[in-house]
Design a protein around this ligand. Structure first.
Ligand code: PGA
Length: 270
């Protein structure tokens, strides 16, 4: 019997699809899950994501004035070749959008090293650090228009660990907006693997806007396939998918998901 209203109650064994009218409303639901975790486990280990999607989430978490003093974080990925001070590095992104606004110990903050001389060794070390921290309690995820989570591009091994990965042209095109031109987007990254993400005790995937609708529908309702790496989350025991109505627009069972969420027993609600 799982303790109700406790972090142990995470073993739900079904993907939970939360569809809200707006990105703001979907983000509020996601922020509440994180706030509850940090209240129940002040030394929680959070997996964090970058990109446009989690920006609202970080703003909301900052506004909530949570206690971050004992929290440990691991970011999903980083571009190879970008120093932590590079404006488009994910080190810079995290500093600007979250870490400089909260009281977190930077000793507890981990982001893959895009400048590592020995990339395989630094990837192995990253995995060891996650294990030494006790594993990730909750991993925040966005989804690429190609279905990637982290930078696990289509055809990534569904058992993959932290490693170097080559970005697809679509991802480089999608991310060119941060760099000014597609030519400036690095070709390689270091990313946690699908296997790494699958070991997080809970995953919280957010997706907003019509451009994500196809990748979301394939991930939630399609076959489990490395062509859409996010589809592997169907095998994860505690994944919440927080969507705005546009990102949910290609789901065939949207009415069912809405009904389930609106009629949850009180103790299950967030
Ligand atoms: P985005 O990227 O949030 O910038 O859309 C999501 C992702 O690539 O995971």
């Amino acid at each position: 019997m799982f303790a109700r209203n406790s972090v142990i109650a995470l073993a739900t064994f079904d993907m939970e699809i939360i569809i809200q009218p707006t990105a703001e409303a979907a983000t509020t639901r996601a922020a509440r899950v994180i706030a509850r975790l940090l209240r129940e486990k002040p030394n929680a280990v959070l997996g964090l994501a970058t990109g446009s999607t989690p920006l609202l989430l970080y703003r909301e978490l900052i506004r909530m004035k949570l206690d971050w003093r004992k929290v440990t974080t691991f970011n999903l990925d980083e571009y190879v070749g970008l120093a932590p001070t590079h404006p488009q590095s994910y080190h810079s992104f995290m500093r600007e959008n979250l870490f400089q606004h909260i009281k977190i110990s930077m000793r507890n903050v981990h982001i893959p090293d895009g400048m590592a001389k020995n990339i395989p060794a630094s990837c192995e070390n990253y995995e060891r650090k996650i294990t030494a921290a006790g594993g990730i309690d909750l991993q925040v995820l966005g989804i690429g228009t190609d279905g990637h989570i982290g930078f696990n591009e289509p055809t990534s091994s569904l058992a993959s660990r932290t490693r170097i990965k080559t970005l697809t042209q679509q991802t480089r095109r999608d991310n060119a907006r941060f760099f000014g031109s597609e030519a400036d987007v690095p070709h390689h990254c270091i990313t946690m693997g699908i296997g790494t993400i699958m070991e997080a005790r809970q995953n919280l995937l957010l997706a907003f806007g019509p451009k994500k609708a196809r990748a979301v529908a394939e991930a939630v309702e399609g076959p489990i396939t490395s062509i859409n790496p996010a589809s592997m989350l169907q095998m994860h025991p505690a994944t919440k998918v927080c969507l705005d109505k546009d990102a949910a627009s290609q789901l065939q069972r949207a009415d069912y998901y809405r009904w389930v969420y609106d009629n949850k027993p009180g103790w299950q609600q967030i």
